[in-house]
Write a protein that binds this ligand. Structure first.
Ligand SMILES: Nc1ncnc2c1ncn2[C@@H]1O[C@H](COP(=O)(O)OP(=O)(O)OP(=O)(O)O)[C@@H](O)[C@H]1O
Ligand SMILES: [Mg+2]
Length: 265
């Protein structure tokens, strides 16, 4: 099951959106960045790697007939999948490997599999030739699903919500990514830290951003784009449409557009 040839399609970038902390806008950023990239003419696949299925919901998909649970289950059993298996097209042009709560059970099946961190990589390797970007939304932990994502990805994008001054969690996450790089995926990089749900004028936000820039800014890219807090963004996931449609003139749509351009470089 090992496949270390990550250069099958050199131009495809595989990005895992990860932070073990819950509610930092991983899923919302995955969906918003994905639609932003499509609007820039890119071909994009989102892999919803979280049994909560929030990225799927943000992209307007509630009841996919085939999900990541089926795909991973078949790969664990050694089945040969056809390219495109399990992928759903969504309204706004993003392709999606959806997830739902059934995926939670698969964590137990994975534990006893050899090379259990490498199952998702097999799927990604199969699909990368068809896409410019593959975005993997991760659950809020550092478990086996996240290790699968870090093994399959070229880089990790770390959304950080500025709600307290504690940066211990970030330290642990960066260490975990370092460990994944050493033991699983030598080409893994951190593509950037993204400040999300920011109230930019508050002292707390300013202090937290300054603390993170001071602690990590020298070694890790921190995106110039900051995603502001907005009620529209909080409402948006339930609507199943992107922020670009839900609140086209709002600050969050503009911020994700700007992030998209930064990611493209
Ligand atoms: N810029 C924003 N302003 C206000 N609310 C936001 C913003 N971005 C996201 N939210 C809201 O924050 C909540 C958490 O977002 P999201 O589900 O994307 O986080 P997550 O990190 O994926 O969570 P989990 O760790 O549970 O997977 C959602 O209700 C979302 O609507
Ligand atoms: Mg999420």
């Amino acid at each position: 099951m090992t496949m270390n040839n990550k250069i099958a399609n050199n131009s495809c970038k595989v990005i895992a959106l990860t932070n073990q902390k819950g509610g930092v806008a991983k899923s919302f950023t995955t969906a918003s960045l994905a639609v932003g990239l499509v609007q820039e003419g890119k071909k994009v696949l989102v892999i919803d790697n979280d049994p909560q299925g929030h990225a799927s919901r943000c992209l307007g998909v509630k009841n996919a007939s085939v999900t990541i649970a089926d795909v991973m289950d078949r790969l664990i059993k050694g089945e040969q999948l056809k390219a495109g298996y399990g992928i759903t097209s969504t309204e706004e042009g993003v392709d999606l490997l959806a997830a739902n709560v059934n995926y939670a059970m698969l964590e137990f099946s994975l534990i006893s599999v050899m090379s259990r961190e490498k199952v998702l990589e097999e799927f990604v390797q199969m699909e990368r030739e068809f896409y410019d970007y593959i975005l993997i939304d991760c659950p809020p932990n550092l478990g086996i699903f996240v290790l699968n994502a870090l093994n399959a990805a070229d880089s990790a994008l770390i959304p950080v919500k500025l709600e307290d001054l504690s940066i211990d969690g970030l330290q642990q996450l960066i260490q975990t990514i370092g460990m994944a790089k050493r033991h699983l995926n030598p080409s893994l990089e951190i593509c950037g830290i993204l400040f999300t749900v920011v109230e930019p004028r508050t002292v707390l936000a300013k202090q937290s951003m300054a603390a993170i820039r001071e602690a990590y800014g020298e070694h890790v890219k921190i995106y110039d784009t900051i995603i502001p807090k907005s009620v529209k963004a909080a409402e948006c996931p339930a609507s199943g449409i992107s922020i670009y449609k839900y609140d086209p003139c709002g600050s969050v749509a503009a911020a994700y557009k700007s992030l998209t351009r930064e990611v493209i470089g």
